[in-house]
Write a protein that binds this ligand. Sequence first.
Ligand SMILES: Nc1ncnc2c1ncn2[C@@H]1O[C@H](COP(=O)(O)OP(=O)(O)OP(=O)(O)O)[C@@H](O)[C@H]1O
Ligand SMILES: [Mg+2]
Length: 329
Amino acid sequence: MITFAQSATIPQVEGDELAQMEAIRDTLNTLVTESNVRKKKVVIAVPAALEEEVTMKSIFIPDLPIDVPKEVMKMNVRAEFEAQDFISYLDDAEIDCHVEGETTFDGNHGLDVFAVAVHRDLIERRVQLLRDCGMFPIAIDVDFLALARLVVTTTQLSDEEDIAILDIGATTTDVGFYQHGKLYPYPPILFAGMDLTSHVAQTLNVNEDEAEAYKHGKEAMVDGSPEEADVWGVLEDKLNQELCLELYGHFDAYTREFPEFKPSKVIISGGTAQLPQLDEFFTSQLAIPVDVLHYVDRIAVDANGEVAALKDNEPLFSTAVGLALKGGL
Ligand SMILES: Nc1ncnc2c1ncn2[C@@H]1O[C@H](COP(=O)(O)OP(=O)(O)OP(=O)(O)O)[C@@H](O)[C@H]1O
Ligand SMILES: [Mg+2]
């Protein structure tokens, strides 16, 4: 059950990686102290967008029975990654996998396996960060997989239906398609909310804080703010030039890979999905119905808890809630 939800923005700091880690640690410590959350077990995400340290791939493993022990399966996944020369950091990779089912490929019988590899250094950095804040991880997940888990758990989908899922965050837009119980992640797009904030700041000649507030729409507007429609005009141009072009490419690639499928809808989440009008904008640009992810009425939320932030910002919290589901929410 969700009893508390709060988000905090990590300040941008000058300096090296150490200074940035310090800022993350301070922000996390303050958040945890203010929360009164006593449990220190954490499920944490690594970003799918860190492609040099995080890899997700569906692979075919021939001649293995479906009930093979997990460790044997992982060894086979590692061998397959090696044979395909797929990961530059294989010697330093932690591997996990999930058997999707039995299948036949090129006349061979085998298993369809969804595999994830994460660089050990990245895991160690995350674990250390949590320890420094007095917490310890019980599981590590990929952010996009956490979101997909939440979408699939809380959205009614028929067996025949396939959907696209977008996680539009601060720096990255993750894209994937879900069909017949399987997730197909596509390459992340390196464009998201921070690019929009900078663009608004530059175009309207305001500072980043003001630009951030303008993005949030009507409620953040004060006397002297530009009209909401003018801010949207600025955002729309940039979305068209940057994000839409990349998205068309991904949808085309999906159609080429699966000519017999067409997503019936797109579900958008991540903080930037809270941009007023974004769903309508994408619906017209992508020519598919686009919905912002809503889930609070489908999961256990403590009515007496401090959960107002979650209820008001469902897309912003979706990765965290997907991680909580993994931890047994
Ligand atoms: N109400 C809102 N309207 C518009 N944008 C918003 C709103 N709330 C948050 N955002 C934007 O959401 C972004 C943060 O979203 P999120 O927390 O999903 O990103 P992240 O997971 O930290 O980043 P990434 O997934 O790119 O690594 C910020 O760029 C912020 O400007
Ligand atoms: Mg994110």
